[in-house]
Design a protein around this ligand. Structure first.
Ligand SMILES: Nc1ncnc2c1ncn2[C@@H]1O[C@H](COP(=O)(O)OP(=O)(O)OP(=O)(O)O)[C@@H](O)[C@H]1O
Ligand SMILES: [Mg+2]
Length: 323
């Protein structure tokens, strides 16, 4: 990569079950299908949902013969040491090794995090070029970001998670002067527009202005997303019976559309494909995949003409840790 490190996309928030791992897998497959080399790091050592999702994909590709592009996967195991300091050191070393390997061989590193505060979760947030926080579209989950005063249209209180992101961004800026593009996804949306939906949307916009994130629409609530997991599939894989092990239906097609919009909304500040060292590999033949590739190309051309160039960020992270 000629001194350029991969673009790091972190999926995080401190709320369980809002679709972080599912969305992460969809972004991974979108990038892999567009010809990019993608590495996945799973920091949710208790569940390892993303890693298991990828392993399911590998198994299904072997069993079915379907041509499924694969990311490399780095599960980070939980240290079993009783002493907190030793456990943190061990986990840190696992993560640092995984990150070094992932960044050396990939254009994108996608990090999935657990739905609770951990030492590595904080560190991962401070490495994010793009941070994606899926939020279930209800006021109950909305508190994971903060509280809003509707009368004045201002934020009353930021959440612990928002505070953690602020600190992670500050550290990131100190380390390499870089910024984190934070996107909050309104995820698992109901397809029925309700007053609640609209209010949540307005509140998010208010919070977004205070906390400096963009709001984007994520996935709607669909059974097909749950059915994809056991075979390691996504809405972006070929919608054919041989791949899906079932006949494609309208829900599959609609899911694919919303995932495409989601990928566009992320506006990934991507390593420029037109420079020789980041050429697109190999030509995409499936017309649907071609569209995804074209979308990504357009995004790349329209945003961030200067690719983010990092120095050895991990070394600096170590330095920060020791301060
Ligand atoms: N858009 C969706 N529609 C329907 N089911 C979904 C959707 N997104 C995720 N799910 C399902 O919800 C459950 C939780 O999703 P997922 O594991 O992606 O969330 P998570 O935020 O990573 O959870 P955790 O915080 O526990 O890691 C899974 O069973 C998944 O299949
Ligand atoms: Mg998860």
């Amino acid at each position: 990569m000629d001194g350029r490190l991969a673009h790091v996309i972190v999926f995080g928030n401190e709320k369980g079950g809002c679709g972080k791992s599912t969305a992460a897998m969809h972004v991974i497959v979108a990038l892999a299908r567009a010809g990019y080399r993608v590495a996945a790091i799973d920091l949710d050592s208790r569940q390892l949902t993303l890693h298991n999702y990828i392993e399911n994909r590998r198994r299904w590709a072997e069993a079915s013969g379907a041509d499924l592009p694969m990311p490399t996967s780095y599960p980070v195991p939980r240290a079993t040491e009783l002493d907190v300091r030793s456990a943190e050191n061990k986990e840190f070393n696992f993560f640092a090794d995984a990150l070094a390997q992932a960044e050396a061989g990939a254009d994108f590193v996608v990090i999935d995090t657990p739905g609770h505060d951990t030492y590595l979760n904080r560190l991962a947030h401070s490495l994010a070029d793009t941070l994606v926080s899926p939020i279930n579209d209800s006021y109950v989950d909305f508190d994971v970001l903060g509280r809003v005063d509707f009368d004045t249209g201002t934020m009353i209180k930021e959440s612990c998670y928002a505070e953690m992101v602020r600190e992670a961004r500050r550290q990131r800026a100190l380390v390499d002067g870089g910024g984190t593009n934070w996107i909050v996804l309104r995820n698992r949306l109901s397809r029925l527009v309700s007053r609640n939906n609209r209010n949540v949307g307005q509140s998010m916009e208010i919070l977004g202005r205070s906390l400096n994130f963009r709001v984007a629409e994520g996935m709607t609530e669909r059974v097909v997303y749950r059915e994809f997991f056991p075979l390691g599939l996504t809405a972006l894989d070929p919608l054919e019976e041989v791949t899906l092990a079932t006949r494609p239906n309208l829900s599959h097609v609609a899911a694919r559309e919303e995932v495409r919009s989601l990928i566009s909304a992320l506006q990934l500040p991507i390593i420029l494909p037109q420079t020789s060292e980041f050429r697109m590999v190999p030509p995409i033949v499936d017309p649907i995949l071609e569209e995804i590739g074209t979308e990504l190309d357009l995004i790349m051309q329209s945003t961030h003409p200067e690719a983010v160039i990092h120095d050895d960020r991990m070394v600096e992270a170590v330095a920060l840790q020791r301060q």
